[in-house]
Write a protein that binds this ligand. Structure first.
Ligand code: NAD
Length: 393
C-alpha cells in the first residue's frame, strides 16, 4: 500500500504531514511511502532525508497523489477548478485521506470527498480519551502555538519580560495575562514564566484553576458556581451566556490597568470564538502593551484583530493576529503532527500492512467522515449527505 505526502499549498502553511522519522516507521510496517519533491521544505526536511528514510520522491503532487492508497495531509486538500492544483481530483476512489479537514467549518468539502469516493478522517474529531493521546494533533499543535504566542509577544514588546537589576537601574518584570487556560494557554503561561514574567490567567472551567496555579501563575475566577458547570463531558468549555460575559469583562477590566501583555486562547469547538477583549477594554492597556489573539482564525477573542497581521490601535497597543501559529514553528510542529498521524495510521493498518478499518472502534467512529460515497459522521451526516447526493447528480 502506498502512502503519499505532498507539499501543503494553503496560505500560511509550512508544516508537512510526515517526517523522516515517521517515514522510516511506515516503511518498517510494510507501507510504501511516496513524497512530493519539496514536501518537507517549510519544515526543514529535505528530499534527501525523506529518501534516506525510505521514501520514493515524486516530481509533483499529481504523481504522488495519483499513486496513493492513503494520503496524509496537514490542511484540507485543494478542491475545484480554480485550485492550483486540484488535489482532490488526483485521488482515486477508495483512497484514505487523513488530516485536519475542518469538517464543521467546510461541510461542503466533506460532501465533495463523499462524491469522489474518498474515505476521509478528520483528526481534530478524535475523542480526548487516554488511548487517543498519542494521536491528539489538536493538543500537540496547541501546545506549540501557546509557546510561540508567548515568544511573539515578547518579541513585539518593547521591554523585557524578566526583572533585571543592573548598574544602570532596575527593569520591572512584565505582567502577562493569559485568557483561556487549555493546552495552548497553559504552555503560554509556562513559557512566559520561564522568561521571568509575572503571570495571571483566567478560564471559564473550574478545573483550570489548579493547573494554572501549579505553573506558578495566579488564577482569576469570574464566578465559582458557574465555573463548576462550564465544562462539557468532553472536557471543553460551554458557550457562556451574555450575563456571564458581561461580568467576565467587568472583572478583567479591573486587572487590565496593571497588565503589559495579554495572550488570548479561548475557543469553543465548532462555534465562533468568544470576544474577551472589546475595543473599550483595550483602551485600559498602556501604550506599548501587546495582545496576542490566538483565536483569530475562529473569529477572534479580541475586537480589531486581523488575520495574519499586527494591528496597532490609536492608543499604541499592538494586536498580533498571526494566522496558523503552529506553522511558525514548523519543524517541531511537523515532527509532532507526523507522529500523531502515524499513531492514527497504526489503527487502520494490520500487521501485514493491509488496510483494516474497525468501524466499531470509538476513535474510528468519531473521526470517519465519508466512505462508500456517503457522509457517515454523525456530526455531519444528515445535511451533508443530501448535498453529496446532489453533487453526485
Ligand atoms: P480549547 O482550545 O477548546 O479552548 C481553549 C481554552 O479556552 C479552554 O481552556 C476553554 O475552557 C477556554 N475558554 C473557552 N471559552 C472561554 C471564555 N469565554 N473565557 C475564558 N476561557 C474560555 O481547549 P483545549 O486547549 O483543547 O482544552 C480543553 C480541555 O481538554 C482542557 O481541559 C484540556 O486539559 C483537556 N484535554 C484533555 C486531553 C486528554 O487526552 N484527556 C487532551 C487535551 C486536552
Amino acid at each position: 500500500m502506498k502512502v503519499a505526502i505532498v507539499k501543503e499549498r494553503r496560505a500560511f502553511e509550512r508544516r508537512v504531514a510526515a517526517s523522516p522519522d515517521t517515514v522510516k516507521r511506515m516503511v518498517g510496517i510494510g507501507l510504501e511511502v511516496v513524497a512530493e519533491s519539496g514536501a518537507g521544505e517549510g519544515a526543514q526536511f529535505t528530499d534527501a532525508a525523506f529518501a534516506s528514510a525510505g521514501a520514493e520522491i515524486a516530481a509533483d503532487a499529481a504523481a504522488a497523489l495519483g499513486a496513493a492508497d492513503i494520503v496524509l495531509k496537514v490542511q484540507r486538500p485543494l478542491i475545484g477548478q480554480a485550485a492550483e492544483p486540484d488535489e482532490l481530483s488526483y485521488l482515486k476512489r477508495g483512497t484514505v485521506l487523513i488530516g485536519l479537514l475542518q469538517p464543521l467549518r467546510h461541510p461542503e468539502e466533506i460532501s465533495a470527498y463523499a462524491a469522489a469516493g474518498i474515505v476521509a478522517f478528520a483528526i481534530e474529531l478524535l475523542p480526548r480519551i487516554t488511548r487517543a493521546q498519542a494521536m491528539d494533533a489538536l493538543s500537540s499543535q496547541a501546545n506549540l502555538a501557546g509557546y510561540k504566542a508567548a515568544l511573539e509577544a515578547a518579541d513585539e514588546f518593547g521591554r523585557a519580560f524578566p526583572m533585571m537589576m543592573t548598574a544602570a537601574g532596575t527593569i520591572k518584570a512584565a505582567r502577562v495575562l493569559v485568557m483561556g487556560a487549555g493546552v495552548a494557554g497553559l504552555q503560554a503561561i509556562a513559557t512566559a514564566r520561564r522568561l521571568g514574567a509575572i503571570v495571571s490567567a483566567t478560564d471559564v472551567r473550574a478545573a483550570a484553576k489548579e493547573q494554572v496555579e501549579s505553573l506558578g501563575a495566579s488564577f482569576i475566577i469570574v464566578d465559582e458556581a458557574v465555573a463548576l458547570t462550564a465544562e462539557t463531558a468532553g472536557g471543553y468549555a460551554r458557550e457562556m451566556g451574555e450575563d456571564f460575559q458581561r461580568r467576565q469583562r467587568d472583572k478583567i477590566v479591573e486587572v487590565l490597568k496593571r497588565i503589559d501583555v495579554v495572550i488570548c486562547t479561548a475557543l469553543i469547538p465548532g462555534r465562533k470564538a468568544p470576544v474577551l477583549l472589546t475595543e473599550a477594554m483595550l483602551g485600559e492597556l498602556a501604550p506599548g502593551s501587546v495582545v496576542v489573539d490566538l483565536a483569530v482564525e475562529s473569529g477572534g477573542n479580541v475586537e480589531g484583530s486581523r488575520l495574519g497581521e499586527i494591528v496597532t490601535t490609536a492608543q499604541g497597543v499592538k494586536i498580533i493576529g498571526y494566522a496558523n501559529m503552529p506553522s511558525r514553528i514548523a519543524a517541531d510542529a511537523s515532527q509532532l503532527y507526523a507522529r500523531n498521524l502515524h499513531s492514527f495510521l497504526a489503527l487502520l493498518v494490520d500487521k501485514d500492512g493491509k488496510l483494516k478499518i474497525d468501524r466499531a472502534d470509538e476513535i474510528i467512529k468519531a473521526t470517519l467522515l465519508t466512505e462508500n460515497g456517503a457522509v457517515v459522521n454523525p456530526a455531519l451526516a444528515a445535511p451533508a449527505a443530501a448535498e453529496a447526493q446532489a453533487a453526485a447528480g
